[in-house]
Ligand binder design. Sequence first.
Ligand code: GLU
Length: 447
Amino acid sequence: MESQIKEFMDLVKKRNPHEPEFLQAIEEVAETVVPFILSNEIYNGKQILTRMVEPERVLMFRVPWIDDAGKIIVNRGFRIEMNSAIGPYKGGLRFHPTVNLSILKFLAFEQVFKNALTTLPMGGAKGGSDFDPKGKSDVEIMRFCQSFMSELFRHIGPNTDVPAGDIGVGGREIGYLFGMYKKLRNEFTGVLTGKGMSWGGSLIRPEATGYGTVYFAQNMLETKGEVIKGKTIAISGSGNVAQYACEKALQLGAKVVTLSDSSGFIYDKEGFDTDKLAFIFDLKNNKRGRINEYVKKYPNASFFAGEKPWGIKCEIAMPCATQNEVNKEDAKTLLKNGCYVICEGANMPSTPEAVHIFLNAKILYAPGKASNAGGVATSGLEMSQNSLRIVWTRDEVDSKLKKIMSDIHNSCIKFGKQDDGYIDYVKGANIAGFVKVADAMLAQGVV
Ligand code: GLU
């Protein structure tokens, strides 16, 4: 078995040198899916995984724009159309200086499995740019988005490829991107998700990734007869996912004590409340400020420059910032401090070493492709509403989101429950996602 995984990985490494994040995401899947393929006649020998790791299409393009000082800047734009076996390509756009081919290919690959888990008909994609939105004026953001879309528009469409947000792309950016698409195509369609409410958006979409992550944590706790109420939670990040994970956790009676950004983390030992959270929403979303400003307003809290929150004692950790933010040492520290639930709001936030530590310790560990799928699932619900030209109520969308998260949890149990009763959510999510996509690929022939 080990040798077959190695053989497969050697091939993938040879074809994708210098793409460490992409290889990491593939290896995590191969470890559980290769043994499954070998023991299932219908998948064995069909090169399904080899086909899945090869994007159907990779787009790279120049994005030139002019800054407020009149200087011409050139960024690079990407769209990785990974797999369309079960629906149109679907996945977010990330604007961040670290964006490169490896990172977007890992995200697109994860998206294929995640989208399959949602039960909705969406293929997998990811895109973005190495553009850094930090410190840019509103008009600079608009000019960049318009230039980006002036190329992307010819490759996407409501039945072809439906982008959305990710790090650095929120409601404002989706607005500018949508405006340019509509102008160029002369068409008002559901080509992007995460739209504003008055122009085709869905209620709960902004909240969905964070809320969904908390719903998933609740589902995990239920398997042990426990509830989230009263638990202490460490959250990293302070963007869209972290903010709404915090909001939902508070609503359900948990105590959230940390949030972070790239400069460090804040620790409020009394826990956040609705007023404090309102301050954070305003700071991050309107003022676009840094998280350390929190301690000026609330001096009882502390700011730890350049550090991550994983040394803080908690029962539940929710990494909601970015990839590989929880390493081996962090994993050991979390366990030592009594943390026994890790529910990922970000994509691939734990390194492979950290994941193995969690699984060996048999704690409740949910990989992002399962636990953060609520965001893209609600994008799927936005697409449905656009097609039907109706708007569902907040309660309707929220209850569909809850149901989807619980269905994902059940899929993880179906394929991930071990003989001793332990639920390996990594195995469960990978195999459940694989089966759905592989069955569609087999039915559609070698294309
Ligand atoms: N970027 C989000 C994710 O990682 C959402 C994608 C979408 O809504 O299409 O799943």
